[in-house]
Design a protein around this ligand. Structure first.
Ligand code: NAD
Ligand code: WQD
Length: 355
């Protein structure tokens, strides 16, 4: 088992990934600015993982900091080495993820996502830590021409957010060069949704959500009157867009499989789609969610949203081949766990109560 640094570990993907990594025996240091997350999430990670306060001190160290602060990052690596528990690998999740915001504030996205990654990589190199799992995104494929999407398909991002993810992949590939001294995995997530089955952690957007699942949940719990369905005239069987929704716990297990494989030095460079290979339309999601929750989801079909693509669907076979991972949870699990999280935490983590 290893000591790992998790950047952005308090976020949606980070908190669930920490639960899985702790359960597998890894010790974690989280660095997070809490720009889009809450310390309550990390307290709940400790709770779910059954850590006593003493174990927590050893196994789940939380540091509030920014990945662009090279001094702060350096101290994390130095302190770990001083304690005789050097950081052996990094799971790099810290970043900004709103497509819309990236269009209005592209420089902010290049600074946090690209410059932040550069800072992290230079400090890793300085401390001789060359094992990293990077949170890339299916968004880098842009508007693909054929489905399912394979890793060798063209990278052609259509928004600044996607461009920053593609840029970090290029940076990692340049860093590897032909020396093969790094161990790198770029995980291209499709649509991560759902929540931990305990209902203690889940997705908690700070502002008005843009994504389908948080919006469906908020309609179900009456925080919102209805869901706008973006377009009913797409070239799909029911006219609404199709996506590959992946349960957050499957995604978290994908990180465990990737970091373990890298730590075993099975590969130097992996680029893997992390999806299910099964797609659902927006209307199918509404229908599944209604069945699982017993709540009615009022909706109205409106114009298409700029930047959407009709279909996004992964070919996840490489992840199965290279790191022996595949998604095991289905759409019913996704709807049940999303609804459980929403029901138990109607206003997300803002109740300020650590349970
Ligand atoms: P999130 O916003 O919940 O988590 C990101 C975390 O990074 C947050 O806790 C935030 O506070 C932290 N952070 C932001 N800027 C930081 C900085 N400068 N220094 C330190 N911490 C910082 O988002 P998420 O959904 O958990 O996404 C995690 C990563 O996965 C992101 O890089 C995102 O781009 C990528 N990703 C997400 C999705 C998705 O749909 N959720 C899909 C593909 C890729
Ligand atoms: C899903 C479907 C919408 C909201 C985004 C990012 C992508 C990645 C994952 C980070 C689409 C429809 C949505 C609504 C709707 N994130 N929809 N009404 O756009 O596939 O992907 O998250 O890397 O980069 O772009 O996800 O959840 O926003 O939308 O009809 O109010 O739901 O049109 O078809 P998307 P989403």
């Amino acid at each position: 088992m290893a000591r790992l640094l998790i950047t952005g570990g308090a976020g949606f993907i980070g908190s669930h990934t920490c639960v899985v990594l702790l359960n597998a025996g890894h010790d974690l240091v989280i660095v997070d600015s809490f720009a889009n997350s809450s310390p309550i999430a990390t307290a709940r990670v400790a709770n779910i993982s059954g850590l006593t306060p003493n174990q927590e001190k050893e196994r789940l160290v939380i540091i509030e900091g920014d990945i662009r602060d090279e001094g702060a990052l350096s101290s994390i690596f130095e302190n770990a080495t001083k304690q005789n528990q050097p950081i052996e690998g990094v799971i790099h999740l810290a970043g900004l993820k709103s497509v819309m915001e990236s269009i209005t504030q592209p420089l902010k996205y290049w600074d946090v996502n690209v410059n932040g990654s550069r800072c992290l990589l230079s400090i890793m190199e300085a401390h001789n830590c060359r094992t990293i799992v990077f949170s890339s995104s299916a968004t880098i494929y842009g508007n693909p021409e054929s489905f399912p999407i394979a890793e060798v398909d063209p990278i052609q991002p259509i928004n600044p957010y996607g461009a920053t993810k593609a840029a970090v992949e290029s940076m990692l590939s340049n860093l590897q060069g032909n020396k093969a001294i790094w161990h790198i995995a770029c995980l291209r997530y499709f649509n991560p949704v759902g929540a931990h089955p305990s209902g203690l952690i889940g997705e908690d957007p700070k502002n008005i959500p843009n994504n389908l699942f948080p919006l469906v949940c908020q309609v179900a719990i009456d925080r919102r009157k209805l869901l706008n369905v973006f377009g009913g005239d797409w070239p799909t069987p029911d006219g609404t867009c199709i996506r590959d929704y992946i349960h957050i716990m499957d995604l978290a297990e994908g990180h465990l499989a990737a970091i373990n494989s890298l730590l075993r030095k099975e590969s130097n460079y992996l680029t893997l789609n992390i999806g299910t290979g099964k797609g659902y339309s927006v209307l199918e999601i509404i229908n599944e969610f209604e069945k699982t929750s017993g709540e009615k989801i009022a909706y109205k079909i409106v114009n298409r949203r700029d930047g959407d693509t009709a279909i996004s669907l992964a070919d996840p076979s490489q992840a199965n081949k290279k790191i022996s991972w595949r998604a095991t949870r289905n759409i019913e699990d996704i709807c049940r766990d999303s609804w459980n999280w929403q029901r138990l935490n109607p206003t997300g983590f803002t109740m300020d109560k650590v349970i």
